[in-house]
Design a protein around this ligand. Sequence first.
Ligand SMILES: *Cc1c(COP(=O)(O)O)cnc(C)c1O
Length: 380
Amino acid sequence: MIPFIDLGAQQARIRDKVDAGIAAVLGHGAYIMGPEVGALEERLAAYAGVRHCISCSSGTDALILALLAQGLRPGQGVIVPSFTFAASAEVMPVLGAVPVFAEVDGETFNLDPAGLPAALEAGRAAGIEVVGVIGVGLFGQPADYAAIRAFADAEGLWVMDDAAQSFGASLNNVRVGQLADITCTSFFPAKPLGCYGDGGAVFVDDDEKAEIMRSCRVHGMGATRYENIRIGMTARLDTIQAAILDAKMDIFDDELDQRQQVADRYADYLGDLVETPGLAAGATSSWAQYTVKLPAGSNRDAVMAHLKDQGVPSAIYYPVPMHQQPPYQRFPASNGGLSVTADLCARVMALPMHPYLEEAQQQQVATALASALATTGAAA
Ligand SMILES: *Cc1c(COP(=O)(O)O)cnc(C)c1O
């Protein structure tokens, strides 16, 4: 079986530094907020080109910390695409707020700026005060933040980037981290920049918001530990994970280049079989996933089963739109309907993607996909 992602090949490259980094933490014993955490935050802030990086315990906690910093209050609404991972929308109800589901673009898989007025309208029709927009850099490509910001500015909304999948990417030479008012990422192992457990980070220029998040990740602490000046949570990044991420950052840019090469080869090999993913003008992708669209009417389950028989794993991100998941059905969704989202959920399929995928393996994927499409026929 071709690995869907290959963390083993990556680990072989950095194992010595990882071992030394973990050993150093075991040596000094500062498992929580040790010196590696601050050093990593400085390195990541410099990489993203923002004043502050606040590391934390997961991408989901990063979103919660960022929403706390934005001052989101119960009952308020935030526009978010329905075609995304659950966490993008989940964090609003966790804080007593409301996700308002918007349509995505069928080519980039990201929030369609043209669908934002209909989403805002749906939120207002439900009597909700909409205060922000969360764009998601799905599968590694940033959303169209110039257009999102133009709409948000006109409507007085803030803009957040859920860059759990797109950290390392850029738009018109501006790196993820600077594209929105506040940016969140995840270090879940399978993300482009992953650690060996759970982790995440928030990126922001605003000093006051950075201070709020540093406080909130330690129970709303004030100047001293047992002074609690706001309601917070426990959401710190482990020191050992910071040491591991430092080793991963050494090879991150190289891996991004390799991911792009893998994507280029896939586009060559698969372009005649399926709709391959495209990048918007000026965008780069960190290629968290390589997601293709099967021809309309394909029997996706049969295609995936056939691929598996040929040693090619595949996955569906995401089979059900968020606004149709049972706990989310009560929240407003764009008045214009979400037909692009529905079409994507029915047709997308993700193929193996990682920096160490070899040309011969990609040829094997292409051969298997061609025979899968030729033999499986139309959906029942
Ligand atoms: C993975 C992911 C998250 C959540 O990250 P965790 O670290 O797993 O909590 C949020 N948003 C998107 C788009 C993701 O892909």
